[in-house]
Write a protein that binds this ligand. Structure first.
Ligand code: NG6
Ligand code: CA
Length: 507
């Protein structure tokens, strides 16, 4: 009898523990701006994302840590700002694995807590060492830094090769048709976006004029791997199918799914059933497709009765861009849609539009629906979810990840960050927001900033400029001359954040 009671109380304890340890799904969109979804004022209907926002916390100060993909994803997984490690800018097609095995990571932390862990979608953090072996084992990769399973678009949809990688290998690889990936045109007759421009189904505007696949020329060259190649139109369906399958297989244990959609990155080619669904052209159609993906994942949670056992986070890897290298009418068809909402800049910039993005958390039955103005950042997931799952993180790891769990869960009175650092692709430009103040330090006068809106110009003349966000969310009026002491304080804080090598307080 006594032993049965002990067993029962043990079981009760285990199930209480399980209730405390929800599944975690991080849905990271690509190049999706603050104003791109309807619950943030966008003109494209996004009912599934809006539903998440209604049922959870919609953050008005949710940030990613960089305004391009690779550095944001690096810090999402490592909890450390990317500018601290060389080689974390936009990864090229043959780039090596950037996160070295042995590095503490978000999936490794959750794996220690007993989670099944998977990444499905865009990787863009390099594979292999010193380069990917496309015809053999792609190692190291996600499986060597904490993921049990990976189903990947290896770099970006505009970078070669257009093949899936499953775990450590190119999926549907055929050794009779090896895959070659390189920087040089492999033969004089190899068709490119320049030699065969008139045949393209989507023309390029800058770059993107090398190997042609699926009627679209890309960054980089490749040959072979014919059976392994995907259609851009099928990416969203594939991510959803793979994710549903994996969640179903792991429904009885806690799981962590990093769902990394390539939407709405260029080339923007939605499935045929979404094409023409908006007046914004392919960019709008891809937003609709992204929203569909979110809806499908939520349906699966409902079907498996997991909605109350799953913390879902929706975020983006950087702010918006209109013309990012293809002529897809994103500029011409924009209408009054404002991709960055009221914020300045977008992808590639350290203005608010570069990193302040849609950011939603939902955990049915645990998170009370709310709108939160607390500052939270994707770099914070590592230590926040360590706290959620009772894991400790070595003091030397996750150096910029702050435990903002209570703010992420929307607990009343919970505080988020008191500052957030914004980096670009690693050019040395920084933004530092502390409370209501925003310091901008431009080392190099931002490339591409004019691609989001003409209102970007003129660029400020000074290296350091200061903005008061409550009065001037669009960072238009430099008030540095009126507040030299604040410029001095924030400049010192930024210098310290950089030179200290960490911003997570030491115990
Ligand atoms: C840039 C590409 C851009 C995009 C970006 C990476 C050109 C001219 N521009 O170099 O199209 O691919 O890299 O985007 O080639 S990210 O969201 O993955 O960081
Ligand atoms: Ca991106």
């Amino acid at each position: 009898m006594k032993s049965i009671l002990t067993l029962l109380s043990l079981l009760a304890l285990v199930s209480a523990r399980a209730a405390e340890r929800p599944n975690i799904i991080v849905i990271m969109a690509d190049d999706l701006g603050y104003g791109d979804v309807s619950c943030y004022g966008g003109k494209v209907p996004t009912p599934a994302i809006d539903r998440l926002a209604r049922e959870g916390v919609r953050f008005t100060s949710g940030y990613c840590s960089a305004s391009t993909c690779t550095p944001t994803r690096f810090s999402l997984l490592t909890g450390t700002y990317a500018f601290r490690q060389k080689g974390t800018g936009i990864a090229p097609p043959n780039g090596p694995a950037i996160i070295k095995p042995g590095t503490e990571t978000l999936p490794a932390i959750l794996k220690r807590a007993g989670y099944a862990t998977a990444v499905i979608g865009k990787w863009h953090l390099g594979l292999g060492d010193p380069a990917p072996d496309w015809n053999g084992e792609l190692k190291p990769g996600p499986l060597d830094i904490g993921f049990d399973h990976a189903f990947l678009l290896p770099t970006t949809n505009d970078r070669v090769p257009q093949t899936f990688v499953e775990d450590r290998r190119v999926k549907n690889f055929d050794s009779a048709d090896p895959l070659w990936v390189g920087n040089q045109q492999p033969s004089p007759d190899h068709p490119t976006g320049i030699t065969h421009r008139s045949t393209l189904k989507m023309d390029w505007s800058h770059g993107h004029n090398q190997t042609i696949h699926n009627g679209i020329s890309r960054i980089g060259f490749y040959t072979g791997g014919t059976k392994a190649r995907f259609r851009d139109e099928d990416l969203a369906d594939t991510w959803v199918k793979q994710s549903n399958h994996w969640m179903e297989a792991n429904k009885d244990r806690p799981f962590f799914l990093y769902f990394a959609s390539q939407d709405i990155h260029v080339p923007r080619v939605a499935h045929e059933r979404f094409q023409g669904k908006t007046t914004l052209g392919p960019r709008g159609d891809c937003i609709v497709q992204l929203d569909w993906c979110v809806g499908e994942l939520m349906k699966t949670l409902d079907r498996l009765s997991l909605a109350e056992k799953t913390l879902v986070i929706f975020c983006s890897d950087n702010g918006p861009v209109l013309d990012d290298g293809y002529k897809d009418a994103a500029v011409e068809k924009l209408g009054d849609h404002q991709p960055a909402g009221p914020y300045r800049g977008g992808k590639y910039s350290v203005w608010e539009g570069g990193t302040r993005t849609p950011f939603i958390t939902r955990w049915k039955g645990t998170i009370a629906p709310a709108v939160s103005d607390e500052v939270v950042c994707t770099v914070d997931f590592a230590t926040s979810f360590a706290a959620l799952t009772g894991q400790t993180v070595a003091d030397t790891a996750c150096r910029d990840s702050l435990n903002v769990l209570d703010a992420l869960l929307g607990k009343p009175g919970a505080k988020g960050r008191d500052h957030v650092l914004q980096q670009d692709n690693g050019s040395g430009n920084f933004g530092l927001r502390a409370g209501d103040w925003k310091l901008v330090r431009l080392e190099k006068r931002g490339q591409s900033q004019a691609r989001v809106s003409k209102a970007e110009r003129p660029l400020p003349a000074a290296k350091h400029t200061l903005y008061k966000l409550s009065a001037d969310p669009g960072e238009r009026t430099d008030v540095s001359a009126a507040h030299p002491e604040i410029v001095q304080r924030l400049t010192a804080q930024l210098d310290k954040l950089i030179t200290d090598g960490r911003s997570r307080p030491q115990p």
